[in-house]
Design a protein around this ligand. Sequence first.
Ligand code: CP
Length: 317
Amino acid sequence: MNRYIAVADAPDWGALLDRAEYFRKHPHADTGLGKNKTLLQLFYNSSLRTRLSTQIAGQRLGMEVITMDLTQGWALEFTDGAIMNENKAEHIREAAGVMSRYADIIGLRSFASLQDRHADYEDFVIHQFARNTQVPMLNLESAIAHPLQALADSLTIRQFHPGHRPKVVLSWAPHPRALPQAVANSFVQGMQRMDVDLVITHPQGFELNPDIVGKTPVLYDQRNALQEADFVYVKNWSSYQDYGLTAPHLTDWMLDHNKMQLTNKAYFMHCLPVRRNVIVTDEVIDSDRSIVLDQAENRIYAAQAVLAELLMDGHER
Ligand code: CP
């Protein structure tokens, strides 16, 4: 694997999960794999889990990890052929070219604008970085995808597997701010590569990109969708159709204890950060069926697995 920008970049999801599971069982394995290699993490947006878990993962593999906040300093020009006589001080061609002389793997977080669906769904910023670097690119959450989160989510479902083909429900929940579809998109793509029954539930108008949903069943009745679920993954996303529109007034969609009673003693999942008593009640997230901290811990093993694959690309395994 020579880059990890989307779930589809992993040629074999099961094999990548095996590797992540291996690191979960042996967190300090392969400590020399990244010796004398540098991981550069670039952030256009805030992060707690992705930043820390990827740094820990790189360090466990013996890498040097450098983190840079791209919101500080000068703005980059991303458009080819631009006449740079305004406020952009450096072109992505030089910036990314220089970075790839300094680092062996480059990770980038660049959220969606939620203004221009076409530009967001081209995932322009991360692809411009990828085009202009000579080293593997790692997605730390882009406009439309969060594949490290999806791998950790898949690993968590494996870890808490009920022993039968599980029913997994991805449920929309309200949120006061407009959020991207990235986590939901990659979660759906990860689940489509697992042996699970995935059901998506959301209010009308909050359909995800049909190219991503494909044949996955969608129900507009949340209570109906939750019946006999083994895992309930709750997440807000803003509208794909009416791009960036949100609906904080739909408070009925918050996950509570009564709704969890409809499930097969389902585990509660969320990528975090989560707004308590908006997305989910305290009672549910504090219950013994909540596995959000396991999910967050699994971000480390997912990142170790992906970094190991990127480090080994082109070498003997
Ligand atoms: N889930 C996740 O990506 O968290 P952060 O935004 O804190 O990185």
